[in-house]
Write a protein that binds this ligand. Sequence first.
Ligand code: PGA
Length: 240
Amino acid sequence: MYFIANWKMFGGLNSLNSIHKVLKFLKNFRKNKKIKIIYCPPSTLINPMSKKLKNTRIDVGAQNCHQNQNYGAFTGSITPFMLKNVGAKYVIIGHSENRQEGETDRLINMKIKCALKSGLKVIFCIGETSKEKKGNKTKQKLNRQLKIGLNKIKIKKNIIIAYEPIWSIGSGLIPKSKELFEIINFIRNRSGNCKVLYGGSVNPKNISELNVINNVDGYMIGGASQDPKKLIDIIKKSYI
Ligand code: PGA
């Protein structure tokens, strides 16, 4: 199971201390079993965090990247290669908060290709708005995001898809189990068998409800991931 901690634009150097609790918990939890925890802090923390997490069971990822592989005159941007250079192994691409700032499916496709070429693994986010859900347009939207986002990418083994309905992010709302089960299968089929995670308001209280379905490969956790206790709780309850 994957657990992606998406810290968004939160955290300074002192936030790194919170990881110790999680590391301590992981020491004895499901030893030798496959469990993938990936912290995606703001870019400013990627390097100190990856140093701290060297030779542990936690990997580090970035929250976005530029679509250009080489250095260039792009003020404020970071290429995937630079992220890798400071310790990132993963990068989130296509988060709805960045799509809202103008990222298109085509741009996202370029970013994914560039990140893969640079040797990063990609966490590719897709999801529908509440209006699209109400208008029964969810599958149509997801299909388009997958089709354009994954265009001309043949090898997909380094891509994980995070299904994050926009209406569920930060709202406390989660999809009904039956709906989620169906959508996860839909995404897996349309993506050529990528791992599929769920994200949106995952917390220790609703994780058992989310876990009812058995076809999800893990979770992307925003708000709750900044609190080590909550993150540990979510992980523990995912294996009950
Ligand atoms: P949330 O965010 O858990 O705070 O809803 C999830 C995300 O945006 O990845």
